[in-house]
Design a protein around this ligand. Structure first.
Ligand SMILES: CC(C)(COP(=O)(O)OP(=O)(O)OC[C@H]1O[C@@H](n2cnc3c(N)ncnc32)[C@H](O)[C@@H]1OP(=O)(O)O)[C@@H](O)C(=O)NCCC(=O)NCCS
Length: 188
């Protein structure tokens, strides 16, 4: 870890929303969210299809907690009034080089309020503040909602990585659009 860079906190308030590194107690809430959104989330993220038992979910959460403790990732469960409504992940988090890549998802019922855009805005500010240089959002070309989050937050489209993602939902490889923001983009 670059000693100049401070670590992201375990819990972040975003208005009336809370971003929190999960514990094993969150397994049931996330299982419910994935079961309810198997198609809505599963068409873009395999985990909504694959994480389908309590044991698999707990193993996954344990991996996220270990990753956070070891400064390799920061996967926040998004809660509103104590209920899990989504997730914002920095699943490629490199404190040493100051790079990170997002992932996110919402319960379909909670879309349309700007919740993820607001979380990305707060996290972007925190990351650049603690010394990060480059942040990335990858989006499926069919996923306009995800692309909009990047564009709304001042990310620049950089190009397409061909067949970068294997979709369990469609049983085929998909291209990924890369959007990025570097520190100087925020200073114009
Ligand atoms: C991608 C996903 C998170 C987008 O959800 P979303 O609700 O559209 O995104 P946001 O939370 O940023 O909200 C933006 C919406 O809220 C509206 N909104 C309302 N108040 C807002 C505010 N204060 N700020 C920003 N947007 C606001 C926007 O107009 C937009 O709605 P629109 O698309 O109808 O114009 C969601 O569709 C999802 O979870 N999909 C399945 C999983 C997935 O695709 N993950 C990404 C993989 S790459």
């Amino acid at each position: 870890m670059n000693t100049k860079v401070k670590k992201l906190p375990r819990k972040i308030n975003v208005g009336d929303l809370v971003l929190e590194i999960p514990t094993l107690k969150d397994a049931d809430g996330m299982l419910l969210l994935f079961a309810k959104n198997r198609d809505f989330i599963g068409r873009y993220l395999n985990r909504a299809i694959e994480l389908n038992t309590k044991e698999i979910m707990q193993d996954w959460i344990q991996m996220l907690v270990t990753g956070y403790d070891e400064n390799k990732r920061a996967d926040y469960f998004l809660k509103k009034s104590g209920k899990i409504i989504g997730m914002v992940q920095l699943h490629r988090l490199d404190y040493r080089h100051g790079n990170a890549e997002y992932g996110y998802l919402l319960d379909q019922e909670s879309t349309g309020h700007g919740y993820i855009s607001k979380c990305v805005k707060v996290l972007d500010e925190m990351l650049f503040d603690i010394g990060f240089e480059r942040l990335v959002i990858g989006a499926n070309p069919e996923n306009q909602g995800s692309q909009n989050i990047a564009l709304r937050n001042g990310y620049t489209f950089e190009g397409i990585s061909r067949h970068a993602y294997f979709s369990v939902y469609d049983n085929k490889h998909k291209n990924i659009m890369t959007f990025a923001k570097i520190k100087s983009d925020t200073q114009q």
